[in-house]
Design a protein around this ligand. Structure first.
Ligand code: MG
Ligand code: ZN
Length: 370
């Protein structure tokens, strides 16, 4: 090996090191350890499987023809679900805990136990210039999405909760619940207010898919949407994709909550086929989000539940026939820990045993919200 070659080789290495150092110095968020994900996300997509315990996920894994996308998530954890009033939470108190970081009484939305309004992660994100959205297969006024948008001591006050959507807390909301905006006791048509505020108001999936607006009010059913088993399977994925398309127009980033609402309904009904179908329906939306996170490299995806519903126990099954047997212990909610799966920038923060109030400060820190 000639001296000239060695000098040349050293020079190449020397310049390579200099260039790499300049690159890392000018991109301080890029030198994180986790598979080239930056340290912080620009966007967060949070999935809440209402009533989705570890048993519901296990059953879906057993019967699915494909590997569930949550099995590809790098991190997993468990979450405590109790409310301030009850060991067994309801969805209103649970949504408030996740959205606002505050434990409240069962039945209450966006308020502390003494009925004082508390700020939600959506309101905080909006204040910081991010775009925000909620998507659900229940009415958008139902407890889980409402916990991110509304402030009300009673989760059943749907028409008051609908009024809270006129505050502009979320740029995109898609789900059921048109009755609470249109067929109201006060005779008001809230969709005309929404249009004045710049929302594209749509009532069908077709209309939704054609929308190119940054602000969308998608009221796709009168109250809750149909069961996944009744020709609704796959719609949550389309709704999620459209919400991300709209919200991602904001270069400052976005936070979106997507709810698989009817996992809970099926648990209350103690209907295992429906229960699994709803998990698999949300799974398709999660799969879409996972691929978006892989492509964009700037999006954190977190999948969790507000509580378990039904006390489902898997007592038998056959992995070749892809069948499971299950029994439900209750037609209500239970207090068991629920799963957390996370992937993307900041995903490592959602591991171990968390409390449902821990999401808010972690999201706030990761998105640098003030
Ligand atoms: Mg719900
Ligand atoms: Zn429930």
């Amino acid at each position: 090996m000639g001296l000239k070659f060695i000098i040349m080789k050293n020079r190449v290495i020397f310049f390579a090191v200099i260039i790499l150092s300049i690159y890392l110095f000018s991109h301080p968020d890029l030198n994180a350890a986790d598979g080239n994900f930056p340290r912080r996300p620009l966007n967060i997509i949070l999935f809440i499987g209402d009533g989705m315990g570890v048993a519901q996920v296990s059953a879906a894994i057993a019967v699915s023809d494909n590997t569930l996308v949550v099995e590809r998530f790098k991190y997993a954890g468990l979450c405590k679900t109790s409310s301030s009033s009850n060991y067994v939470t309801d969805s209103a108190a649970a949504a408030t805990a996740v959205a606002c970081g505050v434990k409240t009484k069962n039945g209450m939305l966006g308020m502390s136990p003494d009925s004082v309004s508390v700020i939600s992660i959506m309101e905080l994100a909006k204040r910081n210039g991010l775009s925000t959205g909620v998507v659900s297969t229940s009415a958008v006024t139902h407890a889980t999405p409402a916990g991110f948008v509304a402030h009300n001591a009673g989760r059943g006050n749907y028409e008051e909760i609908a009024l809270d959507f006129l505050k502009g807390t979320v740029d995109v909301f898609i789900g059921g619940g048109s009755n609470h905006f249109l067929k109201r006791k006060d005779g008001k048509d809230l969709t005309s207010d929404l249009r004045k505020m710049g929302y594209d108001v749509v009532f069908t999936l077709d209309e939704l898919m054609k929308s190119s607006s940054e602000k969308i009010a998608g009221l796709l059913d009168t109250v809750h949407m149909a069961r996944s088993l009744d020709n609704r399977f796959g719609m949550l994925e389309s709704m999620t994709a459209k919400a991300v398309e709209a919200l991602s127009k904001n270069k400052k980033g976005f936070i979106l909550m997507v709810e698989g609402s009817q996992i809970d309904f099926a648990g209350h009904a103690q209907d295992l086929d429906w229960n699994i179908s709803e998990v698999l329906d949300m799974e398709r939306a999660v799969d879409w989000a996972f691929n978006y996170a892989e492509k964009s490299r700037n999006t954190l995806v977190v999948v969790t539940a507000d509580h378990e519903t039904g006390g489902l126990a898997l007592t038998g099954g056959n992995l070749i026939k892809k069948s499971v047997n299950g029994v439900f212990a209750t037609n209500g909610h239970t207090a068991v820990l629920v799963p957390i799966f996370s992937h993307g920038p900041g995903a490592e923060k959602f591991t171990g045993i968390m409390d449902n109030t821990d999401f808010f400060p972690k999201f706030k820190e990761l998105l640098k919200l003030k």
